[in-house]
Design a protein. Sequence first.
Length: 297
Amino acid sequence: MSSQQQKKSFASMTDIDFKEKGNKYFTGREYEKAAQCYTNAIIRNPSNPVYFSNRALVGLKLNSYDGVVADCRSALELDPTHIKAHFFLGQALCELELVDEGVKHLQRGVDLAREQRLNYGDEMTQVLRLWRKKRFEIQENKRLSQEIELQAYLTRLILEDRERQVEAVRSSLSMNGESNTNTPPEINEKIASIETFSDNCMGEMNNLFSVVDERRRRREVPDFLCGKISFEILRDPVVTPSGITYERKDIEDHLMRVGHFDPITRVALTSDQLIPNYVMKEVVDAFVSENEWALDY
């Protein structure tokens, strides 16, 4: 095909033609070419949010997170309920270490999918769970660092206060014209009292931190206390005839949107076969009562 024919062919292509061509390139993992096709589709029709979200997905594959954020925000300006735009934006923001905002968009994408009864499999909930867990780990590391810094700061204050008091006693000795080589017994006793008090303060502080040392350890909710679909801690656990425990809203959502079968065993299942798992509920409640931080997990 001559260059003139190619130009004519290009000029006659619609936004839909470019999108379909981009989809083919994407399937073939030719991401740069796919991105260019979606760009051409946007030029042809900048009012379609799908083209922006398609290019955003390519950006995720290429780790071009700033571009993904820009494309997703453009898509959401056109359609605030665009599920994939929220989902891709959430991933990109998390990769850019804006995890709090990213998780909000991931959660919004999951919620919209449920509201619209659209089936995206377990991918969205798994990604949300992954980044919520990473966010929790970031918060944990920050908490641990703060506790360690606090202990070091208090230790320094105690030592500085002891040195200041001892120096004040010795200074008073010099002011009275007495030699340090012949320190009166009452002065030595005073210094010893200051050091003993300081040591006691240090000991009590260390004991206090040793009590909470268990909390310094990395906190994590055991997998068996989490749902098999959303991977979040169980609130209203139900068990299926196959013996698998799920979060009620998750399994009912699965039955409504995906099909009437157990997602793990694939055995036929209906909502009336779900039985409250009171034993698991008691275990979860006991764990949460002893570990209130789990509510933010």
